[in-house]
Design a binder for this molecule. Structure first.
Ligand code: FAD
Length: 395
């Protein structure tokens, strides 16, 4: 048949539980029914399809692995399979949902007070409030721990925040933004939950992106933004206990997104080369074409097995930063090879959005960069296996 499921080649789906398979099927149906029909139109307009929000809400998957607080409490594999199936149709929707699933809610779950958790998490799980995660700054990207945004505690206990955040996904329409800022007394990183329309915070949308065009990324300005101490996440004492803690699951989800993009490109490509004829024969009959298809398939098997294994280890609470870094670096660097071969095999049709592969090609670039670039994730693993942090050159 013409139906290809790239995860079936090594029967990787056999490694999934029935609950996980159910979630995968539900996500797949959702993506086919609601995402596929609108994706090219919204991608070209560079608009987020807001009409999908009520439908996404019905899935009840926001807050994914969080237990309690009206969150679904599903495992990391299930979170990943949702991201994977969404990413097969649209890396944008997968990224948007990834922010909801994990990165905007986990800091509150890990670092918030009981009161904050009870107030925010159910509202975010029901998507009554959409979240965003503000770590990156114009002058602090890869060196996120070196961020400049300042939080100064005033004599009445309130806080004044000053600084900028850049690239923050969902920020232009988010109801709640987590902002990481440097405590001017301790010099360590603290976290704050800031509600939309708080005086002193303004958000500009970043326009003209050539990848993930539907995701709305914001540039946030904080100018004497005054917050009560109740907005501070009390358990976020520094980078590791604050933003760092959320990065395990978010990097795993990003790795599933890379896998989804790669599978989508491969599956479109194999259908295309079977149908497309040149020199009187289908492209699939040529040795050079088959070699590329097999290379793509092999890479996808290695990406899937690593992704699944690391997701299992997350659920067993046994992961190191280096193990996750290696997965994220592996999936996007190899995923890039897959989308590049697929794009090439579609010829001219590989550069128009109609065939999907062009989107896969550019979107993989964004995933290669966010959640820690390829280089940074590689250096995190490098530090772990050698004992030498190589982020900075010697003086
Ligand atoms: P830079 O840090 O300037 O890096 C430029 C290049 O230099 C990269 O190739 C990098 O690997 C390399 N480099 C840097 N340091 C080293 C080193 N020590 N050794 C070797 N090479 C090095 N951030 C958020 O906080 N929240 C979000 O929701 C969010 N969403 C995003 C969505 C998109 C679509 C994108 C593109 C980004 C998003 N980001 C978000 C920001 C993202 O995490 C950063 O873009 C990323 O960390 C890289 O930072 P930078 O862009 O400043 O690049």
């Amino acid at each position: 048949s013409n139906d290809v499921d790239s995860l079936d080649y090594y029967s990787i789906t056999q490694l999934l539980s029935n609950d996980q398979l159910d979630i995968r099927n539900k996500a797949k149906q959702f993506a086919e029914q609601h995402i596929q029909p609108i994706v090219n139109e919204y991608y070209e307009k560079a608009e987020f399809p807001m009409h999908l929000l009520p439908k996404l809400k019905e899935l009840n998957w926001a807050g994914s692995n969080i237990k309690g607080y009206s969150c679904p409490g599903i495992d990391a594999v299930s979170c990943g399979l949702i991201a994977f199936e969404f990413a097969k149709k649209s890396a944008d929707i997968a990224t948007f949902f990834g922010i909801l699933q994990t990165i905007s809610m986990l800091p509150i779950y890990y670092c918030g007070s009981e009161k904050q958790k009870q107030y925010y998490l159910p509202k975010m799980a029901s998507m009554e409030k959409i979240g965003a995660f503000g770590l990156t700054e114009p002058n602090a990207g890869s060196d996120a721990a070196g961020l400049f945004c300042e939080a100064k505690q005033n004599s009445d206990g309130t806080w004044t925040l000053n600084g900028e955040k850049r690239w923050i996904g969902n920020a232009p329409f988010a109801d709640v933004v987590i902002i990481w800022a440097r405590n001017t007394d301790t010099k360590l990183i603290n976290g704050f939950v800031i509600e939309k329309n708080t005086p002193g915070m303004t958000v500009e949308t970043i326009n003209n992106k050539i990848a993930l065009r539907m995701v709305q990324n914001g540039h946030i300005y904080l100018k004497n933004c005054i917050l009560s101490d109740e907005n501070r996440l009390p358990l976020a004492k520094d980078f590791g206990s604050g933003p760092g803690k959320s990065l395990f699951l978010t990097r795993i989800v990003a790795s599933w997104i890379a896998l989804g993009i790669a599978c989508s490109a491969y599956e479109s490509c194999i259908k295309y080369v079977k149908e497309r004829k040149q020199f009187g024969q289908s492209l699939a009959k040529y040795q050079l074409v088959q070699e590329r298809l097999v290379k793509m398939l092999g890479i996808i098997q290695s990406m899937s097995l690593m992704t699944l294994r690391i997701s299992h280890l997350f659920d067993q609470n046994k992961l190191t930063y280096g193990q996750v870094g290696l997965l994220k670096a592996h999936n996007t660097s190899h995923g890039r090879q897959v989308v590049s071969m697929a794009r090439e095999l579609l010829g001219g049709n590989g550069i128009v959005t109609d065939f999907g592969v062009a989107r896969s090609f550019v979107d993989m670039e964004a995933v290669h960069t966010f959640e820690g670039t390829y280089d940074i994730n590689t250096l995190i693993t490098g530090r772990e296996i050698t004992g030498f942090p190589a982020f900075k050159t010697g003086k």
